[in-house]
Ligand binder design. Structure first.
Ligand code: ADP
Length: 497
């Protein structure tokens, strides 16, 4: 099989798509020639096959990253020089924005306009943000009296294994690469086997930007094979994982054998609370965005909407109208499309099985609740609203990861907080009220890593992102995102020696 193939998308854009494993700045075949086929979720047709890493390939990538970590071409760069490489990569991503957005729409099924206006800019912003930090992230001097001197150095951790999911292939890669490179680490990035194409294209740009060989290695491969090999590898010093809570727990167990430093960003079942004094139009707009954008495939999706009983009916009617107005299903390359297909047949079937379980457990389908193929094809699911939902139901407790929302009534603020916190997850939470005192009070009481007052799923590269409870460990983005990628070394000097 060739190492690249020419692809053409429905929007007419043509590019050379790399198909190999990116190790030591070269694209190579997998050791036994195994591949994974990427499928276009809109047409259900194969796009191309991409080499999939074996355990041996993971060994090679880790060896490359280990060697690069010690090599003066990377190790002796100043933070300013590392930052310059990252700025160059960000500029190259900007130059190739249309191609990257096209690949994302084709491989993941997200609307092209969203990939172009949100996902590609996020990569550029995150790289530039952490490029700027690369020469501003240093230690402290500590007063320990006149006879002694103590200071700290922030050192890179070493080889970082990074495992990303399929819902935001570009953004998730940038969130991980940005802080890791900023601090001087080297990386083996394992892509999600469902959506490898955009980041393999970025790999070409990484070489072009001038990063020394082995600093960034990028592997496509199955989670249980390549992912597990990376997590268990004795020469990997840190694992950063984004994905499901179940897999996150497995990663944590495997990482324990070599006591690896870990950060986990896992699932959620985030609540959105609407109080009686809320601006209903504002609440409806954000509530819709918070669950229906990205085909509902968002870990922070506000998938449980809790509405005060006095405005419940009015909110429900407005929400349904908003879905009908905004959630236009269709081809991701059609500029009117808001919602594309679910990423794979497996996800599509999983979402439909949750809809079935909702029906069986006695919830009412107030809208949607069925497959919605476009021109007879594609993994499309109609945006779905459940009412008459009880807290014990699976659709209230488990992460569906699709365009499905439960809308439930509450009577008092106390009850709303109790329902919001009645979950093993703790990623995001949204609160709609005009009363700032209430907003602050509720924000404090909610068990979540992020709270949005009068918005939902507002994310910014300058602001920490992450969860509590079973939604994760550690933070990405912002200054807080640097801490998981450096060790602090303390140096004690005895001045009286
Ligand atoms: P999903 O079920 O939505 O695909 P996962 O959490 O399983 O979510 O996948 C997220 C990422 O974790 C993907 O890159 C996947 O390949 C990887 N992965 C899956 N299983 C394992 C595992 N046992 N060890 C390491 N990585 C894994």
């Amino acid at each position: 099989m060739a190492m690249e193939i020419e692809l053409t998308a429905p929007n007419g854009r043509r590019w050379m798509q790399p198909l190999g494993l990116f190790i030591n700045n070269e694209f190579v075949a997998s050791s036994n020639g195994q591949t994974i086929t990427s499928v276009n979720p809109t047409t259900e047709e194969d796009i191309c096959s991409v080499y999939a890493a074996t355990t041996d390939d993971v060994d090679k990538a880790v060896a490359a990253a280990k060697k690069a970590f010690r090599d003066p071409s990377w190790r002796q760069l100043s933070g300013t020089e590392r930052g310059a490489l990252m700025y160059t990569l960000a500029d190259l991503v900007a130059e190739h924005a249309e191609t990257l957005a096209t690949i994302e729409a084709l491989d993941n099924g997200k609307p092209y306009s969203v990939a172009l206006k949100e996902n590609v800019p996020e990569v550029i912003n995150v790289l530039r943000y952490y490029a700027g930090y690369a020469d501003k992230n240093f230690g402290q001097t500590i007063d320990v009296g006149p006879a002694k001197f103590a200071y700290t150095i922030k050192e890179p951790i070493g080889v970082c294994g990074q495992i990303i999911p399929w819902n935001y292939p570009l953004d998730m890669a940038a969130w991980k690469l940005g802080p890791a490179l900023c601090c001087g680490n080297t990386v083996v990035l394992k892509l999600a086997e469902q959506t490898p194409l955009s980041m393999l294209y970025v790999a070409k740009l990484i070489k072009q930007a001038g990063f020394p060989p082995g600093v960034i290695n990028i592997l496509n491969g199955y989670g249980r094979e390549a992912g597990a090999a990376l997590v268990q590898h004795p020469d990997v010093d840190k694992i950063a994982f984004t994905g499901s809570t179940a897999t996150g727990k497995e990663v944590m167990k495997m990482a324990a054998a070599t006591m690896k430093n870990i950060t986990l960003e896992t699932g959620g079942k985030s609540p959105l609370l609407v109080f009686p004094d809320a601006d209903l139009e504002l609440a409806t707009t954000w509530a819709h965005w918070g669950i229906m954008s990205n085909q509902g495939q968002i870990c922070t999706a506000t998938s449980r909407i809790l509405v005060h009983e006095s405005i419940y009916d009015a909110f429900l009617e407005r929400f349904k109208a908003k879905v009908r107005e905004v959630s236009v299903l269709g081809d991701p390359f059609d500029e009117n499309t808001f919602q594309g297909p679910q990423v794979t047949r497996a996800q599509y079937e999983r979402v439909l099985s949750y809809i079935e379980s909702g029906k069986q457990e006695g919830a009412t389908i107030a809208l949607g609740g069925e497959p919605a193929p476009q021109k007879g094809k594609g993994f499309f699911v109609a945006p779905t609203v459940f009412t008459n939902v009880k807290p014990h139901m699976k659709i209230f407790r488990e992460e569906i990861f699709g365009p499905c929302v439960a809308i439930v009534a509450f009577q008092t603020e106390e009850e709303a907080i109790q329902m919001a916190n009645d979950t093993t997850y703790g990623l995001g939470a949204a609160v709609f009220t005009k009363d700032l005192v209430r907003a602050h009070r509720v924000a404090k009481e909610i068990e979540a890593g992020m709270v949005w007052i009068n918005s939902s799923n507002d994310s910014d590269f300058r602001v920490p992102f992450g969860g509590v409870k079973q939604s994760g460990i550690g933070r990405e983005l912002g200054e807080a995102g640097l801490a998981p990628y450096c060790n602090i070394k303390a140096v004690h000097i005895n001045m009286a020696a």
